[in-house]
Ligand binder design. Structure first.
Ligand SMILES: Nc1ncnc2c1ncn2[C@@H]1O[C@H](COP(=O)(O)OP(=O)(O)O)[C@@H](O)[C@H]1O
Ligand SMILES: [Mg+2]
Length: 315
């Protein structure tokens, strides 16, 4: 009696499992794996029905027992093939995900490159277009020197000279910020060095920069991404942290490059990043840009404990 109940329950359960698996067949566009698994459950149920039939008859028949055993073998075979095919589905999903990430990175890279090229073009236009015009104005003003004797005129001339000099310097500055010529000509280490020296001169912050990469050149996009990241991190320390000291280390290892950054400022709660409370884009831009060159960016900070950041890229 107990066996009879067990058989009836397992028949019911296997029929339910077969129906559920059959409903997946449609959803997965008739994938063979689901068809095989559905049939396996169906055959399991049939097997149990045979066993039930045998039990009710009371006298076991050799033929039916043989059919039952061979159905067991057949079911196992179908399950193995079905499971292998399901494994293939997971592999292809994983491949699709990797392809999607690769495409995403390529698109990001293209956007960043276009942006950098535009900046370069703009910097060149400013430097080569407006620069010479202002230099000509400066030369014309020098030609006036000595020709104006009226003290008010001399005053105006001196003032104009001063303004033109300011304009020439500002253009150089803007053009250099848009596309740092030290980065293009001498590489990452020199460009960071030049930038940190400039900040050190203002005495707003003391930056200690160390690197084992003097004279080492990387792909242009990698240099640009790391350089922009360093500028943003320093900028954040200047604006938000109240720090007195920043330490930066740029090192080349066997297969990768690391940039370590730390300030001794007030720190912040990093859980705000990426939420509504954080309006700024600086850190998320670093993250996006670093990802576009297959790198990783970590930032670690807590109130009162300063801020540390790490960028790691493969070369
Ligand atoms: N070095 C730092 N020290 C203290 N707070 C920081 C530091 N860097 C970032 N933050 C905090 O994280 C926020 C987000 O920074 P960021 O994404 O660069 O945007 P933004 O600088 O435009 O505000 C900042 O508004 C600031 O509150
Ligand atoms: Mg910022």
């Amino acid at each position: 009696m107990v066996r009879l109940i067990a058989l009836i329950i397992s028949i019911a359960l296997q029929v339910i499992a077969a129906i559920i698996a059959l409903s997946f067949v449609k959803m997965t566009k008739y994938r063979l794996s689901w068809i095989l698994l559905s049939f396996s459950f169906l055959f399991m149920a049939i097997r149990k029905i045979i066993q039930l039939w045998e039990l009710l008859r009371g006298t076991p028949s050799f033929t039916w027992q043989m059919i039952d055993e061979w159905m067991g073998v057949f079911i196992s075979f179908m399950i193995i093939v079905g499971v292998i095919l399901i494994r293939e589905i997971f592999y292809s999903l994983k491949r699709a995900e990797t392809d999607r990430l690769k495409t995403e990175r390529r698109v990001l890279n293209a956007i960043i490159n276009t942006e950098e090229n535009e900046k370069k073009r703009f910097a060149k236009e400013l430097h080569d277009g407006l620069g010479p015009l202002l230099s000509t104005v400066k030369m014309s003003l020098s030609a006036l020197n000595g020709k104006i004797t009226d003290p008010a005129g001399i005053d105006i001339l001196q003032n104009t000279n001063h303004v033109v000099n300011e304009a020439i310097n500002t253009i150089k500055e803007i053009s250099n910020n848009l596309s740092p010529h030290v980065l293009t000509n001498f590489g990452l280490s020199s460009a960071i060095n030049a930038f940190t020296s400039k900040v050190n001169k203002t005495r707003a912050l003391e930056i200690d920069f160390k690197s084992n990469m003097e004279g080492v050149r990387l792909d242009n996009d990698k240099e640009v991404v790391i350089y922009r990241a360093v500028c943003e991190l320093i900028n954040n320390s200047l604006i938000h942290s109240g720090a007195s000291r920043v330490e930066i280390e740029l090192n080349k290892h066997d297969k990768f490059i690391t940039l370590q950054f730390s300030d001794n400022g007030r720190g912040f709660d990093t859980s705000i990043l990426g939420t509504e409370d954080c309006k700024g884009m600086g850190l998320s831009n670093i993250d996006t840009r670093v990802k576009s060159i297959d790198g990783v960016f970590f930032i670690e900070s807590s109130k009162g404990k300063g801020t540390n950041a790490l960028i790691k890229i493969i070369v």
